[in-house]
Design a protein around this ligand. Structure first.
Ligand SMILES: [Zn+2]
Length: 295
């Protein structure tokens, strides 16, 4: 006979013995088995408020089941002597700080659940007294994603109808291969450098695969192929092949555009050529391979 399930976590799910799965009472999700950790994970990642409720219930239960020992009462007395600190903080500052930790500072998401960190953060969150505001590794993951989409939009808007120079470089670390993609463009006579992505390469690095990866990234930032002015990379054979393939695709689209422009008797192509010559001055290449599309 197994251990009786005393955890309140099971009250949020309906367990189906024949299918061996737990159905969430609050959404359509089904979770294999009825292991407490899996159920808790679902609650934490999908139902913030219920998770909070569950956590406080658990805390209450633990407090009731334990008698206050002599040592604990001493701790309480000690806490009484701890001075109160007033700090100026709001939701946004805390959220930004947590996002900084896992992005700029490169800490793992699990750090947000670490007891040491919770000892600092929880009193602050209690002080805020906002019930719907929770911080854990799941909620921060969602915030990071939302934030990244905002930045992506910002870059897409800024680079709209500007000529860009791409820089590509591959890197391998611990048996994982990545393709780093940067771009440079001009805003108000200043060169701006933006990192578009550090994409993990999951297939063998053929020219076609690299080309697709590059074009996908461009699509993500709503960059049209005709905006590409140069691509800079090392002299790797697959990289050059990929760039040639990109070039082929662009000349196909450019040819189609020129045809269309001729039909419309439009002379806007000359304007773009002027900007290109300005842009090229900023480049001096020594050991790099620069491929110019428009001259
Ligand atoms: Zn659910």
């Amino acid at each position: 006979m197994g251990r009786p399930s005393v955890s309140t976590i099971h009250s949020y799910f309906i367990f189906n013995k024949s299918l061996n799965e737990s159905a969430c009472k609050n959404c359509e999700c089904k979770i294999k088995g009825k292991h407490g950790t899996n159920l808790k994970r679902h609650l934490a990642s999908h139902h913030d408020e219920l998770h909070e409720e569950y956590m406080s219930k658990e805390l209450e239960k633990n407090n009731c089941s334990k008698k206050v020992t002599k040592k604990e009462s001493q701790v309480k007395l000690f806490n009484f002597l701890v001075p109160k600190v007033n700090v100026q903080l709001n939701k946004k500052i805390i959220l930004d700080a947590c996002i900084d930790l896992v992005t700029v500072n490169g800490r793992p998401f699990t750090m947000l659940n670490d007891t040491g960190f919770r000892k600092i953060l929880d009193p602050v969150l209690n002080g805020l007294q906002e019930k719907k505001f929770t911080i854990n590794s799941y909620s921060i993951k969602r915030h990071v994603h939302a934030e990244s989409l905002l930045i992506q939009d910002e870059i897409a808007n800024e680079v709209q109808s500007k000529l860009i120079s791409l820089k590509l470089d591959g890197v391998t670390r611990l048996n994982r291969a990545f393709l780093g993609i940067n771009m440079q463009y001009i805003v108000d006579d200043c060169i701006k450098l933006r990192t578009l992505g550090l994409v993990e390469l999951t297939e063998s690095h053929t020219g076609t695969y690299l080309k697709e990866t590059i074009l996908n990234i461009l699509k993500k930032f709503k960059i049209e192929q005709k905006q590409l002015y140069t691509i800079t990379s090392d002299n790797g054979a697959n990289m050059l092949k990929a760039i040639n393939l990109v070039e082929e695709e662009i000349s196909a689209t450019v040819a189609a555009t020129i045809e269309l422009n001729n039909e419309l008797n439009n002379d806007s192509i000359e304007d773009t050529a002027d900007v290109s010559s300005e842009c090229s001055e900023s480049y001096d290449s020594s050991d790099r391979q620069d491929i110019f599309f428009k001259s």
